[in-house]
Design a protein around this ligand. Structure first.
Ligand code: MV4
Length: 448
């Protein structure tokens, strides 16, 4: 087992990783920017190294500085968390060169899933259902228009370097194709330095349902059930839950098996997520694979009662997984509490948290790095806490979440709490009747 893990991240996920390391008897090294000097991850780690100024590009994203911290502290493994360098194949490669274990998949696996058309091609070979569309990048606007004509509008153009919604354009009719094609190429060239575009049939009103998987160094793989992440706004998830209210037991098994096929086909090493779109007829299609621990891993932990960070560390250390699949025995919902003003288009609300009271009690979990007096730096993302509730049924879970949201007090900055309170009252949400477009028609009411 590793003796000392360096955590190349900040905020709640850095704390989350430190907690598991503590329980496993592994020493921890925090790295931090000067903006995070007062952060809890710095205080709770066994050692801490300042790696630069506030800007991520000069600190949490700066591979050289992180490797310097590894050398100073003699860490034998690196946990990248999510975001920052978590899906950076070059970083995983540099770790290998330094002889420090990257806790995650191999550089080849990260690269293969990072390029979306390659990922899709791989899934076709693995026998996993994919969204109907081009098997390759489009070579010309004419080829694209012909394919669109053949499968019928609406279609969607996607950037192969994209993901998470960047460089995506929906086209409803032939006369709009060329314009969208040009824009999609320009956007993805500007954002990723890659203008490779492919085409798919546009699935209307889909649900975003993802399956948690794990694979070990010996070719074993398992699934750990699904999360429904359909409640999102401009590709930012706000609420996640498990199990999905939309899945039947039969579909859960079928999607789990497809996710395992995907995992085994690439000999995936680590925990990961296979994302699917599920249409209104309950057809499911592979969308992307995330090769990192995700923000919402907590809902899975709650429903299967399992430490996913511990599993990541064990897999990286060469311990085999049991190979059994996990099915939810409870219901869990996570509300992301962001420092944002929901009445001003979810604008970030940085500043000092003057008072903070976390929800508590049976079935309530709060993962957070903030406290009363904490200054939210404006340089990083706006999530300040994850509020997760767990109960035997979805109905009880929603009631518990309402109670927990009423207890959650933050002063000094605006938060997404009012949004979550309204969502938990919403009849469509309560009925489990929602898709990825749900929040487009959601009118925020003034707080009562
Ligand atoms: C789609 C789609 C409909 N049809 N692909 C958005 C993020 C990126 N991962 C892919 N996305 C979508 N791809 C086809 N063929 C709709 C979306 C989509 C979406 C997906 C998941 C969660 C939220 C979304 C919001 C808008 C669009």
């Amino acid at each position: 087992m590793f003796k000392k893990i360096l955590i190349a991240n900040r905020g709640e996920i850095a704390l989350r990783i430190i907690r598991t390391c503590r329980e496993m008897g592994i020493k921890t090294v925090a790295v931090y920017s000067t903006a995070d000097r007062e952060s809890l991850h710095v205080r709770f780690a066994d050692e801490a190294v300042c790696i630069g100024p506030p800007s991520s590009a000069q600190s949490y994203l700066e591979i050289k500085r992180i490797m310097a911290a590894v050398e100073i502290t003699n860490a034998d493994a690196i946990h990248p968390g999510y975001g920052f360098l978590a899906e950076n194949a070059e970083f995983a490669e540099v770790c290998n060169e330094y002889g420090v274990k990257f806790i995650g998949p191999t550089p080849e696996q990260i690269r293969r899933m990072g390029d979306k058309i390659t990922a899709k091609e791989t899934m076709i070979a693995a026998g996993v259902p994919v969204i109907p569309g081009s098997k390759d990048l489009l070579k010309s606007v004419e080829e694209g228009m012909q394919l669109a004509e053949d499968m019928g509008y609406p279609i969607i153009l996607k950037a192969t370097a994209g993901g998470g919604g960047k460089g995506m354009r929906v086209v409803w009719k032939a006369e709009d194709f060329e314009d969208n094609w040009n824009k999609a190429r320009q956007e993805s060239k500007a954002a990723f330095g890659n203008d490779g575009i492919y085409i798919e049939k546009f699935i209307e009103e889909p649900r975003h349902i993802e399956v948690q998987v794990a694979g070990d160094q010996f070719g074993n793989a398992c699934h750990m059930s699904e999360r429904d992440c359909s409640i999102q706004r401009r590709h930012q998830k706000l609420v996640e839950e498990s199990p999905s209210p939309f899945l039947t037991e039969e579909l859960r098994i079928a999607m789990g098996e497809a996710a395992i096929k995907a995992t085994k086909f690439i000999n995936y090493e680590g925990v990961g997520t296979v994302e699917f779109l599920v249409d209104k007829h309950r057809n499911f299609y592979f969308m992307e694979m995330n090769t990192r621990i995700q923000v919402e891993h907590t809902v899975t932990e709650e429903v299967i009662d399992f430490d996913l960070i511990k599993e990541q560390i064990k897999i990286a250390a060469g311990i085999p997984i049991s190979g059994q699949n996990y099915f939810p025995t409870m219901h869990a919902i996570e509300c992301r509490i962001n420092a944002e003003d929901v009445y001003k288009d979810f604008r970030p609300s940085a500043g000092k948290i003057t008072s903070f009271h976390s929800s508590k009690g049976h079935g309530v979990r709060v993962d957070t790095h903030v406290y009363a007096g904490y200054m939210i730096p404006p340089y990083y993302d706006s999530m300040i806490a994850k509020l997760i509730c767990r109960a035997r049924t979805r109905e009880e879970c929603i009631v518990k979440m309402q109670r927990a949201l009423d207890e959650f007090i933050v002063e000094g900055v605006k938060t997404t709490v009012p949004f979550h309170k309204q969502l938990m009252r919403d009849e469509g949400f309560r009925a489990g009747n929602f898709h990825t477009g749900f929040l487009e028609g959601f009118d925020l009411q003034p707080e009562d």
